[in-house]
Write a protein that binds this ligand. Sequence first.
Ligand SMILES: [Zn+2]
Ligand SMILES: [Zn+2]
Length: 870
Amino acid sequence: MPSGEYDPETVERQWQERWVEEDLYAYGDGVVDPDTVFSIDSPPPTVSGSLHWGHVYGFTLQDFVARYNRMQGKDVFFPFGYDDNGIASERLTEDELGVRHQDFGRREFQEKCREVCARYEEEFTEKMQNLGISIDWSETYQTISPEVQRTSQLSFVDLYEQGREYRQRAPAIWCPECETAISQVETEDDEQDSHFHDIAFEVVEDDVGLPETFTISTTRPELLPACVSVFVHPDDDANEDLVGNHARIPLFGQEVPIIEDERVDMETGSGVVMCCTFGDQTDIEWYQAHDLDLRIAIDESGTLTDVAGEYAGLDRDEAREAIVDDLDDAGALLDRRAITHTVNVHERCGSSIEFLVTEQWYIELLDKKEEYLEAGRQMDWYPEKMFTRYRNWIEGLQWDWSISRQRSSGIPFPVWYCAECDEEIVADREQLPVDPLSDDPPVDHCPECGHDDLVPEDDVFDTWATSSLTPLINAGWDWDSEREEMVIERPELYPMDMRPQGHDIISFWLFHTVVKCYEHTGEVPFESVMINGMVLDENRVKMSKSLGNIVSPDEVLEQYPVDAARYWAAGSAVGDDLPYKEKGLRAGERLMRKLWNASKLVDDLTPEKRLSRPDLRAIDRWLLAELDDRIETVTGYFERREFSKARDSLRSFFWHTFCDDYLEIAKQRLRDGDDPSAAYTLQTAHRRFCKLFAPILAHVTEELWRDMYDGGSVHTADWPDPLGVEADLAAGERAMDVVGALRKYKTDHQLSMNAGVDAVRVYGDVEAFADDIERVMHVGELESVDEEPPVESVVTGIDLDYSLVGPEFGNRVSDIEAAIAEGDYEVVDGRLHVADAELDAAMFEVEEERQYAGDGEMVEAGETVVIVRN
Ligand SMILES: [Zn+2]
Ligand SMILES: [Zn+2]
């Protein structure tokens, strides 16, 4: 039986351990019915020992959905993955062991990663368990494991055979800092300080009427050695004479054609622009459309090449300064002015990107943008507005997905090439996972030309190429060599019911998962998507090391119960950012205490189990009918993932209607003697509150439930359905208002709550509740009359709207105020006549008070008038 103060420290730890020991959240072996399954594609965090708010907040919201659906009778599949094949875990392993990955074979290094990560994973698992997240810990995966590598390589082979992948030597987005190709999604815009340089280009031809020079404006003079042409817009009358001639590039001397093209932005600079291979996306388009020369002036590391002559070997930033100085000396620098502009940078390192002609593997995207958009439309979005981000991403897509990364560790491409004819040789599916650097190709000779020198691909996959497969990893997508087809071992899990994730990775994780799973299975991988916001600091500012405003969840959870944090996490609309507020945790603690104390009282008042329903008194029927109503509302909120509404609606009903109003009444009735109706109602309502609070306050409800009821877990109990109890809800609420008003009357008159009151007359129907009110409030006689109360409204003052009165009446306002204070005014036809002025209805409000002149004292109970005679 619950007794004493609630001790969350002991209780929470105890349940966290028991839930794991009992496998309470196990998905189970024999589940096959997709209609009863609720599968969650939970995000695999990057491995590190520390927990941040993103984990706490995101996983807690997922846990609300998991627990709610479990109670709705679903077989909930709530797995946990570790994303440990990325750069983060590579670095972690290098730091931890004091090694460099380059010094090992790929497999060898991956084994080291697995060892190091396993330790961190254990620690992280414990932290997740300490949050009370109802994950099935027998359903875990690691993206670096051989099984997942196999899935990832199978995905490559499948898309290759479908013709959705191609290898191409072409300009690719490149990070010179990380020295690898990257994809569009890994780039972001950054506002940077820079300079605009106006540079004079000479016209080669000296025809009559042609200018000798023209001006090019650029932020990147270091690209001059890569300049291959100059462009003019066809509508640009001022510069049309230049077209068809040639320009000589200052300092470097190459002569380039002047061509017209509609892609020129006439608004920028002189309207004449240079095309370099490559400064931006348009340069790539021009290069391809006009079959221009290729002059590569910047290499993989951002260093200038021999094409740049004396500047070769300089870093691109040094080269810029040197070239600008020399242009100035040569008289070709006409102007230089500071600007801030948007630069495309690599989101991981912040370094500005380049476009390099390199050979990379791509997954085709651009031909199916509309299909992927439609796939997005087929999912239910919580909140709906987040679909816009998905749509905007697809609409802005300009590149196919480059999946090659020039890194030494990661999941390898299962591919070799013929040294003679460049034929692509892909591993057999049975062979996977393979590492072409250490494994043999599936054939001895090139099937095309018979040559026997087969060269392994040494690039690895983009990490998103693997993490975009999580629904298929979870569902057991694999190659069945007997049936010679891809099969899904647990088909009931797929498509998955929910993909929860942060809004910052809609373009990375969600989009790529939709693409891959859709192409592999022909199905949209998720029924629904739930997007969570970020946790901000108390002033709604993003937490960051540089601002020093980071609050560590580990420290917070040393001070506060996990249930308090869960209560706080339920405090925002899904998708919105949530500020960390201690106030929110303290409110959670207060609710836990209230629930605990109310439970003790219920337990104390109703020592016997009352399972069958007796004849119910009106007030008990009313409470249960109100609760029915609230259950429907709260259930709707949980269905729509409106956690804060669910939490607040439940809390206010429990706190005010149940504890403040009903429980007090039931307490008196039960202390007065046996009252089966009150006992049944108390227990029934209490059981239901435990269940309704269980998804949010997972620990305290479990403690109460197991202690007071059947010994099983509240988390596997059924979600309550309405009982279907009929009652006059309005009359019941009125009766509660009357009780409240009589309490206030007693307090105002310094009477004890047990003091008798001679007679009470209620102007409103509370007939069915009269006995209960009499008994609880010790009223001699209560009369309920259904007629207008004998009260009149008296004007007590005027409330001016100064935003209108001030501008209109200026310095006469003080006269108006004085007259109102004196009561020297009149309202005629909705207009106020005061101090020789006339005010419109919009400018004031009449304050009124209800006054009663009969016997006894009037007390107001909401809308209802109550007369007390004592
Ligand atoms: Zn980078
Ligand atoms: Zn060949």
